[in-house]
Design a binder for this molecule. Structure first.
Ligand code: SAM
Length: 279
């Protein structure tokens, strides 16, 4: 069952948090000249036109990226490069295109870097493949992202940034994601893993934290931003990321960047940036 389509959600508050982190971590990793693999296990369609019926149906980007762009020039380090990249996909002060993780990654890749994008949706995978058709350093694969993650590590480069961004359509996905991360980390403990999760039901987030610890995974930072306080009602109130092996610069950037993001988005829920598992 693949009913989730990212086009309905592109540029929302969850994308903003996830993509700001993706760009921040990438920029840090690229201080080193050695080649880097980007592995995006649930890649989506790649690039989103905010004027399509999907985006216009939900207008989610209006409460996300659209609130940030007017403040791009004064954004803190956590978000500055990300917002500049989003601007580069648009002309002037307009906001009609939103880059998903594959578009952001390819915009940041250097000659020596490589990307592997995995997507399973029968509509979005061909779109992504078409978008990346001319890029010889990119492989688009139609496969299961979690299996693909385990198979792809450790990469020959010995350096990889793995974005794990599932749609969590069924409840069992949470446990499957944690099991896959545990296996990937055992094969490749030096990898950098960005694992995104939704805050829909707080006990599920706690279960993910327990699973991380139980797997013996070390050095994990957490950044979470909720638009509203936790509630027993249905729906996503916020989202977060577990960042395994983060840059040493991240805690300081998150300490100032997350409050700025919460305020600029008008969030009233908890915002957390802390070490879930220290080194
Ligand atoms: C949250 S979206 C990804 C967004 C994208 N990473 C970005 O940041 O722009 C999740 C994607 O996972 C895809 N998906 C769902 N199940 C999958 C699976 N088992 N393997 C790979 N992709 C899957 C969905 O079709 C959807 O496009």
């Amino acid at each position: 069952m693949l009913s989730y389509r990212h086009g309905f959600h592109a540029g929302n508050h969850a994308d903003v948090l996830k993509h700001a982190m993706l760009v921040f971590v990438t920029r840090y990793l690229q201080h080193k000249e050695s080649p880097l693999l980007f592995l995006d296990t649930h890649a989506g369609a790649g690039l989103y036109d905010l004027r399509t019926p999907e985006a216009e149906k939900t207008w989610e980007y209006r409460d996300g990226i659209a609130r940030l762009m007017p403040h791009a020039a004064t954004a803190p380090a956590l978000l500055a490069d990300y917002l500049a990249l989003v601007k580069s996909f648009n002309s002037g002060d307009g906001l009609t295109m939103y880059p998903g993780s594959p578009a952001l990654i390819t915009a940041m890749m250097r000659e020596q870097d490589r990307a592997h994008f995995i997507e399973l949706h029968p509509t979005d995978e061909p779109r992504l493949a078409e978008l990346m058709r001319r890029n010889r350093r990119v492989r688009v694969e139609k496969a299961d992202g979690l299996r693909g993650l385990i198979a792809a590590v450790p990469p020959p480069e010995k350096r990889a940034l793995c974005l794990i961004d599932p749609s969590y359509e069924i409840k069992t996905d949470y446990a499957l994601v944690m099991a896959a991360l545990a296996r990937a980390w055992k094969k490749f403990p030096g990898g950098i893993y960005l694992l995104w999760y939704p805050v829909i039901d707080r006990p599920r987030v706690h279960a993910m934290e327990v699973a991380l610890r139980a797997a013996g995974i070390r050095k994990t930072y957490r950044a979470e931003l909720c638009m509203t306080p936790d509630t027993p009602e249905r729906g996503m109130t916020g989202s977060g990321l577990f960042i395994v092996n983060p840059p040493f610069t991240l805690p300081e950037a998150a300490a100032s960047g997350l409050p700025w993001l919460a305020e600029t988005l008008g969030a009233s829920g908890p915002a957390t940036a802390d070490w879930l598992i220290p080194e």
